[in-house]
Design a protein around this ligand. Structure first.
Ligand SMILES: C=C(O[C@H]1C=CC=C(C(=O)O)[C@@H]1O)C(=O)O
Length: 352
């Protein structure tokens, strides 16, 4: 992996865009190293390369395949010791603000403004000797079942993450996606039992995804929900796959899916409006999406493999901004949602 990490460091020193990533359960780290510092935009999702899109849909950038040097190396995902730093707890004011936001979300649900909303926060952490190569390697080793990435563009900044959530995998007209929601901390033992609240918040996601895909697909298949581990938390997951109509475009399908109720809410427009009005910060690329767009570099055929940007952080000077959100329903308890956000923040804190 050293060769590709050196290439990334080099690119960074020259202030040139790049992305490094490793797909879930793969041992291949792929890098796209753009040969100029232009900020390319995605216009209609027929472009080829690596896409990086914001939550609000206003920024959809591309590292184009035909402007980049592309490299892939096999990496060793073997676990070694990972030194963990201690972090001080967020302040009481931060906790109060988040709990107040959650309480406001619950009230809006009780008033029937929407059924579910995903509310999030941003936490700033001071960095100590941040080294991109070390952090990326830790991400790959600690979270082998997630999509691990580091994206850099001089006009966008640097983002890293290890997301468990796929937005869409599409190869010609065959697609795969998932409904992922509901969280509990890994206790290290015993059977994973889910409460009604978590089952319901995940079911909303499944129902939404299936219903929008039925409008553009010949067939849609769904598994039963099951538990999956992502870092030190568990989620409920349903696999969804099928065949798209021959006249449906990738742009149309992405537009229907993003943002799903796993990161926004239900109904989409009402919950999104609540988020934009009440969260009081800009999610930027958190809960956006990223990944291979019509790429042909990782497989023999042209395909897209997109993920939702969760469990991620933005590096700005000597600080990291960590982002985490929680699905709120009528049965949410603000203090529990706060703890859930703390648990989710550990995914990134463990590698810093
Ligand atoms: C919005 C996030 O997670 C989503 C994905 C899985 C479980 C979630 C939850 O339990 O709330 C969220 O829907 C996040 O990690 O910031």
């Amino acid at each position: 992996m050293e060769v590709i990490l050196d290439k990334a460091q080099n690119q960074l020193q020259q202030n040139l865009p790049f992305v490094l990533y490793c797909k879930p359960n793969s041992d291949m780290v792929i890098g796209l190293f753009q040969q100029n510092d232009e900020l390319y935009k995605v216009h209609d999702f027929t472009e080829k390369g690596f896409v990086f899109a914001s939550f609000d849909g206003n920024q959809t950038y591309l590292i184009p395949e035909n402007q980049s040097e592309i490299a892939g190396v096999v990496c060793d995902k073997k676990k070694g010791d990972v030194f963990e730093r201690e972090f001080k707890d967020p302040s009481a004011a931060t906790k109060n603000n988040f709990e107040r936001l959650v309480a406001k979300g619950i009230q809006a649900i009780e008033k029937d403004e929407f059924k579910k909303v995903v509310l999030s926060r941003k936490e700033t952490v001071d960095l100590v000797d941040f080294d991109l190569a070390t952090v990326f390697e830790k991400l790959v080793r600690l979270y082998p079942a997630t999509f691990v990435y580091c994206f850099f563009h001089p006009k966008v900044g640097m983002w890293l993450g290890a997301t468990p959530e796929q937005l869409l995998k599409a190869n010609v007209n065959v697609f795969e996606t998932m409904a992922l929601a509901g969280t509990q901390k890994d206790s290290g033992s015993g059977e994973i039992i889910w409460e009604k609240k978590e089952k319901e918040e995940q079911q909303y996601v499944t129902d939404y995804i299936v219903s929008v895909l039925q409008g553009v697909a010949l067939e849609v298949s769904v598994t039963q929900p099951y538990s999956v581990k992502a870092g030190s938390v568990w989620h409920i997951k349903t696999d969804i796959w099928g065949v798209l109509n021959s006249n449906s475009s990738l742009q149309q399908v992405i537009h229907l899916l993003h943002p799903t109720p796993a990161v926004c809410g239900l109904p989409k427009e009402q919950s999104k409006a609540f988020i934009l009005e009440n969260e009081n910060y800009d999610r930027s690329f958190y809960t956006g999406f990223l990944g291979e767009l019509n790429s042909s570099f990782a497989t023999d055929s042209v395909s897209s493999n997109l993920f939702v940007n969760l469990r991620c952080m933005q590096i700005v000077a000597s600080q990291a901004y960590l982002y985490m959100g929680c699905g709120i329903t009528k049965d949410s308890v603000p203090e529990k949602e706060w703890s859930e956000s703390i648990n989710k923040s550990m995914t990134m804190k463990k590698v810093l």
